[in-house]
Ligand binder design. Structure first.
Ligand code: DX5
Ligand code: ZN
Length: 241
């Protein structure tokens, strides 16, 4: 039982019941000048925050690093899921842990996946692995038993407000099948272009943690939007509800 059991061990983070989904607002679309306030807008409706870290090298954009994670940690006890879109994640894992990250996710495309997973585990971080849209599922397959969270990118990483790429949905189906076959309890996550409609597609394919940036933070009522995304996904996978 590597998986959920490890990621969910963060204090105060409840396990998901069968048929439940978690929405993880991505602060990439929040107002970076008022992050504490922005986080407070969603903290009452979800326990998970997605933190996008970009280095201007692995992706053509730059965002934040450990100092900002440490700053926002003072405002909330939410689970910080740090999505590291960086070329050398191994150099920064300890800094993210110290800053207050609960889990880190590294891209399979940067290589050294086994070593990076072992290092995240050693540091007590939830272990996440990310697969870009153009990367075949087979790149992640050998590492599934090492991870708590598998993030299937549903846009090309680097920017918010892009459209959901439906072509990647078979990767979710493949991951779910492998997890069942190998009795792994990993969390399947999607990131990019998630709204009330695409959440249904992702959840039906097996995703249980839905990252949503612009849909949440560009809406007039972020908390209500989180509720709506979660409700539409939950209803889609639990028809009786
Ligand atoms: C993209 C980031 C996403 C981004 C998603 O590289 O990894 O987390 O915030 O934004 P939306 O939900 O607007 O597609
Ligand atoms: Zn992300």
């Amino acid at each position: 039982m590597a998986a959920d059991a490890e990621v969910m061990r963060a204090p105060g983070l409840p396990l998901l019941a069968e048929g439940e989904v978690r929405v993880a607002p991505s602060i990439l679309s929040a107002d970076f000048g008022a992050l504490g306030t922005e986080i407070a807008r969603v903290a009452s409706v979800t326990d998970w925050l997605h933190v996008d870290v970009m280095d201007g090298h692995f992706v053509p954009n730059m965002t934040i690093g450990p100092p900002v994670v440490a700053s926002i940690r003072r405002y909330t006890e939410m689970f910080f899921d740090c999505h590291l879109m960086i070329t050398d994640p191994g150099d920064y894992l300890e800094a993210f842990r110290q800053a207050g990250a609960n889990s880190c996710s590294v891209h399979v495309e940067v290589g050294d996946t086994g070593t990076l997973c072992a290092e995240m585990r050693r540091l007590g971080l939830g272990v996440g692995l990310v697969v870009n849209p153009e990367t075949p599922y087979e790149a992640a397959e050998p590492y599934l038993h090492l991870v708590d969270l598998l993030l299937i990118m549903t846009v090309h990483p680097g920017f918010g407000s892009q459209s959901f790429i439906a072509d990647v949905v078979p990767k979710l189906v493949a991951a779910r099948a492998q997890a069942e076959r190998e009795h792994l309890h990993l969390t399947l996550q999607v990131d990019g272009g998630i709204d009330e409609h695409t959440a249904v597609v992702a959840a039906r394919a097996g995703a249980r943690c839905l990252v949503a940036g612009s849909a949440v933070f560009h809406s007039p009522d972020p908390a209500e939007t989180v509720r709506r995304i979660r409700a539409s996904a939950s209803t889609a996978i639990s028809p009786g509800r």
